[in-house]
Design a protein around this ligand. Structure first.
Ligand SMILES: NC(=O)c1ccc[n+]([C@@H]2O[C@H](COP(=O)([O-])OP(=O)(O)OC[C@H]3O[C@@H](n4cnc5c(N)ncnc54)[C@H](O)[C@@H]3O)[C@@H](O)[C@H]2O)c1
Length: 366
């Protein structure tokens, strides 16, 4: 198969859909790989690296789309890319269709095969192509939180690890899923006191088993949240209700109970956030302050660490890319039920029920 790797053109997106290691594997399997010139630069991979792995470098994004049977990328196509996508072309990337009717209609019109990373689903309901980005965001949440706790950044002026003779900072983690556990682990590593809340006892038991004793688990309810926000310095939002908006566990009225300079990093911002006052921000302008509480709510946190994020993403996408290239999309999806769940739009038809539901479309359109 001919596989194309275009440069991401979405604002501030430096990740790339394939590393030189991925090119090497595809070429070893007798496939042809076209990489757009400069596509990997933001992630630390240069044209020479791709060429040495066996790729051919093409000058323009138009050439990559025109000459490839499968496009492997990171972000959903933006308007400039809609007309580049061809009938029967496989496009393997994050799409998040339910959040854009325009994109959905454009991909229906293209008659391409749209396979979305975010809906590839294992038998146990986990989402293997989303997990690595949650791992990155969870770890980064503590790094960012620690920074904004500094006084010049408008925080309380607390060092998370404390020093001998001074108590460490206190971190409250809402949700003990992928984001929450990674955040708790990083905070604990810095020496902070960590309280982690969830409604899932299995998760809390797991955290209790594997974390050191300065990571304390408690059941998540309003009473406990109200109690803890008063004396925790950094609050991480890592709650997810699958397919639904995140619940507002911290309301606007509760902000007044926090100490001035408390920092909230609401990682769940992409699902509406678990704090009532959360609104999406960007890496250029990541924070805002309400009632003296610093809010950090960047919707694409992994985009700030493209080297790590690209490697983490391509580690998990490559086996599926190889399957698609080796078998073609029909056989690959028949063979691998997890991959089949990634099929969202096929030859002009929406085949993923939740997308049609999101726009209240009549079944005829789906
Ligand atoms: N901002 C970003 O850049 C970025 C990056 C990656 C992921 N995310 C988002 O982070 C969020 C968390 O992702 P995840 O992979 O950790 O999800 P996950 O499913 O692994 O974990 C979510 C956890 O929330 C818990 N939960 C549900 N209701 C709760 C409640 N009322 N109180 C406490 N806990 C509750 C669940 O039991 C689960 O353990 C998602 O919204 C995800 O999209 C954002």
């Amino acid at each position: 198969m001919i596989v194309g790797v275009p440069k991401e053109i979405k604002n501030n997106e430096s990740r790339v859909g394939m590393t030189p290691a991925g090119v090497f594997e595809l070429v070893k399997n007798n496939h042809t790989v076209y990489v757009q010139s400069g596509a990997g630069e933001g992630s630390g991979f240069f044209n020479d690296d791709y060429q040495q792995a066996g790729a051919t470098i093409l000058d323009t994004i138009g050439q990559v789309y025109a000459m490839s049977e499968m496009i492997v990328k990171v972000k959903e196509p933006i308007a400039e890319e809609y007309n580049l996508i061809q009938k029967d072309q496989i496009v393997f990337t994050y799409f998040h269709f339910a959040s854009s009717e325009t994109l959905t209609k454009a991909m229906i019109a293209s008659k391409a095969i749209c396979i979305a990373y975010e809906t590839v689903e294992d038998e146990d309901g986990t989402l293997p192509l989303l997990t690595p980005m949650s791992e990155v965001a969870g770890r980064m949440a503590i790094q960012q939180g620690a920074k904004y706790l500094e006084k010049p950044k408008k925080g309380r002026g607390v060092l998370l690890g404390g020093v001998p003779g001074v108590a460490p900072g206190r971190v409250l983690v809402l949700g003990a899923g992928t984001v929450g556990i990674q955040a708790a682990k990083m905070a604990a590593g810095l020496g902070a006191h960590v309280t982690i809340l969830d409604i899932n006892m299995k998760r809390l038991r797991y955290v209790n088993d594997v974390m050191p004793s300065h990571v304390v688990t408690e059941f998540s309810n309003e009473f406990n949240i109200r109690k803890h926000i008063k004396d925790h310095d950094l609050i991480i939002g890592g709650v997810l209700l699958k397919g639904a908006k995140a619940p507002n566990l911290i309301t606007r009225e509760m902000l007044k109970d926090m100490r001035p300079g408390t920092v909230i990093v609401d990682v769940a911002v992409d699902q509406g956030g678990c704090v009532e006052t959360t609104r999406p921000t960007t890496h250029e302008d990541p924070i805002y302050i309400i009632d003296d509480v610093v809010h950090y709510s960047v919707a694409n946190m992994p985009g700030a660490v493209p080297y790590t994020s690209t490697m983490a993403l391509t580690n998990v996408t490559l086996p599926y890319v190889l399957k698609l290239a080796n078998m073609g999309w029909r056989s690959a999806c028949n063979f691998d039920k997890s991959l089949a769940k990634g099929l969202n739009i096929v030859e002009g038809k929406v085949v993923y029920e939740e997308i049609a539901e999101a726009f209240s479309w009549e079944p005829a359109m789906a």
